[in-house]
Ligand binder design. Structure first.
Ligand SMILES: [Zn+2]
Length: 324
């Protein structure tokens, strides 16, 4: 049946989320802590979540889309290796999704799905060239070039957190040295905040460290209150972000960079430092490109993967048959 409602699923290492989405709007949602018992257990979780969220009067969904951490081979639809989800290697994710819900299914890298969401229903509407960067525990994202969502071979393009910002530096979650993510993700920001607290126990952050683990958000709160050490930490974070964004401007020549993720809650504080660093690091024709906060917050991936599922359904209205 052809309807404009899609099931959107977000497979995360700590949380699984399900939503019914129509035309960029989340109609209903549910979430649970990710069952670490492997893919079969998580598929049961998703089935239960979806069963619980169909509001009366909603047309039955016509497609299902799932976004997951990458690198995810979205051409084969088979999980290769997701570091945060042990036990999933070799799982035929797209076929299982289609079988579970009896609907045509798509799978997408979470950063690419969120980029599509911000492009179609968020901060990047009406643009032809866009880079979306989510800055939270790690850094992910996706790229729209020439009016098309960039996928690359096996659908794994646009891993904007893992270009090398410096040849020497912190070890990244991917195991490499000096990735943009290793310098600028919320995890790195938090690590610098803890180091500052250790250096000066009498400081604002030092006093927080005496009672709880200092995180990036504490530095942001301190900066909002005018604490000089916290303002310096925010400036340092903004500089790393601006340096990385300058490289993304050179690579993709977007009309806009959209920043999402938990760290973007401090966008107002970070923006002047990001701009200053882009002024310093970007070649002159790229410097005026705006950097804007994301509009869809945590829903970007769900909205995006629902839209992708709908688009795929329009191309192939029947569920793919297994084994053919
Ligand atoms: Zn990396």
């Amino acid at each position: 049946m052809e309807t404009d409602v899609a099931i959107a699923l977000d497979l995360g290492g700590t949380q699984v989320r399900a939503a019914l989405v129509r035309d960029g709007r989340v109609l209903a949602r549910a979430a649970a802590r990710t069952d670490l018992g492997g893919p079969e257990a998580v598929m049961r979780q998703f089935r239960a979540l979806v069963a619980g969220i169909a509001p009366a009067g909603t047309p039955p969904p016509g497609a299902v889309g799932m976004c997951a951490p990458g690198p995810l081979d979205t051409v084969s639809g088979i999980v290769d290796h997701i570091p945060t989800l042990p036990g999933w290697d070799g799982f035929a994710l797209r076929d299982h999704l289609s079988d579970t819900f009896g609907l045509p299914a798509v799978v997408e890298n979470d950063g690419i799905a969120a980029a599509f969401g911000e492009w179609t229903h968020g901060a990047g509407r009406d643009l032809h060239h866009l880079v979306y960067v989510t800055v939270s525990t790690g850094i992910g994202g996706g790229v729209v070039v020439d009016g098309r969502l960039m996928h690359g071979a096996r659908g794994m393009g646009g891993h904007v957190g893992h270009f090398t910002l410096a040849a020497e530096g912190p070890v990244c979650s991917c195991g490499r040295i000096g990735c943009f993510e290793a310098f600028a993700a919320g995890t790195a920001f938090g690590r610098r905040a803890r180091a500052a607290a250790d250096r000066d126990p009498a400081s604002h952050l030092g006093r927080i460290a005496a009672r709880e683990t200092v995180e990036a958000r504490h530095a942001v709160e301190g900066a909002r209150a005018g604490d000089p050490a916290c303002l310096a930490l925010v400036a340092e974070e903004a500089a790393y972000l601006g340096s990385g964004f300058a490289s993304l401007l050179h690579l993709y020549s977007p009309q806009m960079i959209v920043m999402g993720g938990g760290v973007s809650k401090a966008f107002d504080l970070l923006e002047p430092g990001i701009r200053a660093r882009i002024e310093r690091d970007a070649m002159p024709p790229f410097r005026a490109v705006p950097v804007r906060p994301a509009a869809l917050a945590d829903d970007a991936g769900l909205v995006g993967v629902a839209a992708l599922a709908r688009a795929a359904t329009a191309r192939t209205p029947r569920p793919p048959s297994r084994g053919s």
